[in-house]
Design a protein around this ligand. Structure first.
Ligand code: ASP
Length: 437
């Protein structure tokens, strides 16, 4: 059995709704459907969720917001009319207007996008609607209560062969509406998939899956057929995003694969994300490349540093005191390098250097900026002798010097740091050596 989540662009207008119905009807295993609110129909268009937040803001500032609600209502009415679905939008919008006037929260306002879209889709598909406020439970401080939610969804859906459950929101015990962070319908879909123990969690969007490299750098980058949750995490951390970060946990824990699919190209199998996968089914030694710019390296040098107990801890303490996260710690015998986000370091640069000096009396502390980090990730790397050598050779053949290297002991990834100006050329070089040759 399949849980299928459809994102905002997949439900942006009536034509997209028709594609969604075709997809749902194509496989009777697609029993539980989780929709987002209508997204952009094209560049320059509005997302319903953004309009709802704008309406809330205007209401909170005692400004007029009726025109915004009218625009939102018109979008739903247009979709419903074209699909031949009857719904009492006038009544729904009168209620929303009254709630906003009475001081309803931004979460309430935003949730109406999914709430109404869920009903519209349920009507169109002829499937029961289950309000997420009944089954997705938040605590009074706005955190998801995952186990309660799991039990509520499982119990409610056990009576329903099929259902539409809107994404993005839920409610506290007393009915107060809460939402996830933006893009959170992915999380709702994952929670439903876990609760009904789906065979697959399908996440339908407007891209055909993950690509092996950013297409802005490698325009013809191949799609990744299979990736593990761990690899995905490494790549997303470095900037490759398709899924909401928190959507991974419920399904990963339950051993349910996530399949990224394209509503506009439903024949394409997309990317399958699994708990584990054989190293050989990747087809390439590497699974993907991701990276970004904007890092600094703080190098702390001191002779005999290796013999000084607590040296590393004290260096990191200086960063912690100023609330700066470290990303990597490439370390030699007498040097320790701390790689951090440039913009986190910038406001505290002098203070951090002063604290390091006080705490460990180094011989020298230097900072160099404008570093880009590139992660090359692949479960196949561990089996392939010489992967690191190929990677370094490919980069240096372009005349690019590598400023830092970090390889996790899992051998799932190799991270290199290069000058920002060399970032794109280095990504291309890595792609070429592992994918094109
Ligand atoms: N509609 C919400 C948003 O725009 C949630 C989602 O699309 O997943 O963030």
């Amino acid at each position: 059995m399949i849980v299928a989540k459809f994102g905002g662009s997949s439900l942006a207008d009536a034509a997209q709704f028709k594609k969604v119905k075709t997809i749902v009807d194509m496989n009777p295993e697609r029993k539980y459907i989780v929709p987002s609110a209508p997204g952009k129909r094209g560049p320059g268009d509005d997302k319903i969720t953004d309009l709802l937040y704008a309406a809330h803001k205007a209401a909170a500032e005692q400004k007029s917001f009726r025109h915004l609600l009218e625009r939102i209502q018109a979008r739903y009415v247009e979709i419903a009319d074209e699909l031949g679905v009857e719904m009492d939008f006038a009544g729904e919008f009168a209620r929303i207007e009254a709630q906003l006037k009475a001081g309803a929260s931004p979460d309430y306002a935003a949730s109406r996008g999914e709430y109404l879209n869920g009903q519209l889709l349920a009507n169109y598909l002829g499937v029961p609607f289950v309000d997420a406020a009944r089954v997705v439970r938040f605590s009074a401080d706005g955190r998801l209560m995952e186990e309660e939610t799991n039990a509520l969804i499982a119990e409610t859906l056990s009576d329903l062969r099929r259902a539409v459950i809107p994404g993005f929101y839920g409610a506290e015990e007393d009915g107060t509406i809460r939402t996830f962070s933006r893009g959170g319908s992915d999380v709702s879909g994952a929670l439903v998939a876990r609760a009904v123990n789906a065979d697959v969690y399908e996440n339908w969007t407007d891209v055909t899956g993950f690509r092996m490299a950013d297409p802005r750098i490698v325009p013809d980058a191949q799609y990744i057929a299979t990736i593990t949750y761990r690899e995905l995490r490494e790549l997303s951390y470095m900037g490759a995003t398709v899924l909401h970060e928190e959507a991974v946990f419920p399904v990963r824990k339950a051993g349910i694969p996530t399949n990224i699919r394209n509503t506009n190209d439903p024949k394409h199998p997309g990317t399958m994300i699994r708990a584990s996968a054989g190293p050989d089914d990747a087809g390439h030694v590497i699974t993907g490349i991701a990276g970004h710019k904007g890092f600094s390296i703080v190098s702390v040098e001191k002779d005999m540093m290796n013999a000084e107990l607590g040296f590393g801890r004290r260096v990191l303490q200086a960063f912690e005191e100023y609330g700066i996260n470290f990303e990597h710690l490439p370390t030699g015998i007498d040097t320790m390098c701390v790689v951090v986000h440039e913009k986190e370091l910038a406001p505290h640069r002098e203070d951090v250097i002063r604290r390091i000096t006080e705490l460990v009396q180094p011989d020298q502390v230097t900072v160099s900026d404008h570093l880009a980090l590139i992660a090359t990730v692949g479960r196949g790397m561990v089996r392939n002798f010489g992967t690191a050598a190929r990677l370094f050779t490919a980069i240096s053949a372009q005349g690019i010097s590598i400023r830092t290297i970090d390889q996790g002991s899992s051998e799932l990834n190799i991270i290199v740091g290069v000058d920002e100006d060399d970032f794109e050329a280095a990504v291309k070089a890595i792609y070429d050596v592992f994918v094109r040759t």
